[in-house]
Ligand binder design. Structure first.
Ligand code: G3P
Length: 308
């Protein structure tokens, strides 16, 4: 796990130059203590998940992708656009990332303009790499990012798996870069199996409400059972990108994505991420801890004495 001392020293300085996340109204005497805090977004296209998180003041942004739209019930472009428009309207003025699906630059720009037309809070998500697998120019994503910057359209460079991709995207003009930290860890588990052994209870405890033996418990246990670089690979990617952006005062925000558990949320905060986009079930579970449950119950029981 990253140690606090490993956080790049320039992190806080760079955050101070960023947008105020928690503004203090002029009428207030008490300034908000977390004015430049990292932002939390919901990584979902499902309104039922977004609504309670926004109402609870937990998220101030949303990220979607075609997989999440499909999961939210989209079965055609008509239904996909209906869902996207609804999210954009509901979240305004907070940013909502909507992903391009076209593969030819001219069509991508046309689609980007259409999506941007859904609302001034739309951020167009552009995959940076992978184009050679679909027999396209491998620089397609970067070229489109640059053109969208020239058109004053905000972009989120997605499918980022290394620091140079993030750097190229920032140079192209991306407003955000989305490194997929969870998929990095998944890849390492798949291709470089580590010896499995009992995880550290302090980590395992995070998911204590997940069903025994269920996938959530297993994933969390597997995550904490892995050691050293394997376990840290995704988080180190975030920290590396943040360090480079700090060094050169790059204002592109590092939007950590593809979370698998609450431990990664905490580690991304240590790593210096600007924004964390997190699936709703993880966000809902973050406030839970068995010792909080135990303490709350005891305080509640003891306070009853005063009612007499
Ligand atoms: O925001 C990107 C994210 O949705 C990808 O997550 O879980 O498919 O790796 P995942």
């Amino acid at each position: 796990m990253l140690k606090p001392a490993e956080i790049h020293q320039g992190s806080s300085e760079r955050r101070l130059g960023m947008e105020v996340v928690n503004p203090t109204a002029k009428s207030k005497k008490l300034a908000h203590p977390a004015a430049h805090a990292p932002r939390i977004f919901a990584d979902t296209a499902t309104m039922e998940e977004i609504k309670p998180l926004k109402e609870g003041g937990i998220v101030n942004g949303v990220t979607t992708n075609p997989t999440l739209l499909k999961r939210a019930g989209a079965t055609s472009w008509v239904t996909a656009d209906k869902i996207q428009k609804e999210i954009v309207k509901y979240m305004a003025p907070y940013p909502v990332s909507l992903e391009l699906t076209e593969l030819e630059p001219a069509k991508m720009i046309k689609q980007a303009k259409k999506l941007a037309g859904f609302g001034s809070n739309v951020v167009v998500k552009v995959p940076v790499g992978g184009y050679s697998t679909v027999e396209r120019d491998r620089l397609t994503g970067l070229k489109v990012l640059r053109q969208l910057w020239e058109l004053n359209i905000k972009t989120n460079a997605t499918l980022i798996f290394n620091t140079t991709q993030a750097f190229w995207a920032a140079n192209a003009g991306a407003s955000y870069v989305s490194p997929f930290l969870g998929r990095v860890a998944d890849y390492l588990y798949k291709h470089d199996q580590v010896e499995r052994h009992a995880g550290n209870a302090l980590y395992y405890i995070e998911n204590h409400k997940a069903p025994e033996g269920g996938p959530e418990r297993q994933a969390n246990t597997a995550y904490v059972a892995a050691g050293g670089d394997r376990k840290d690979a995704g988080i180190r990617l975030i920290n590396e990108i943040v360090s480079v952006f700090n060094t050169y005062q790059i204002k592109t925000e590092v939007l950590a994505a593809s979370f698998r558990n609450a431990v990664q949320v905490m580690e991304c905060l240590l790593a210096g991420a600007d924004i964390l986009t997190v699936p709703a079930p993880i966000l809902m579970g973050v406030a839970d801890h068995p010792l909080s449950d135990e303490g709350m119950k005891a305080f509640y029981e003891d306070s009853k004495v005063f009612d007499k």
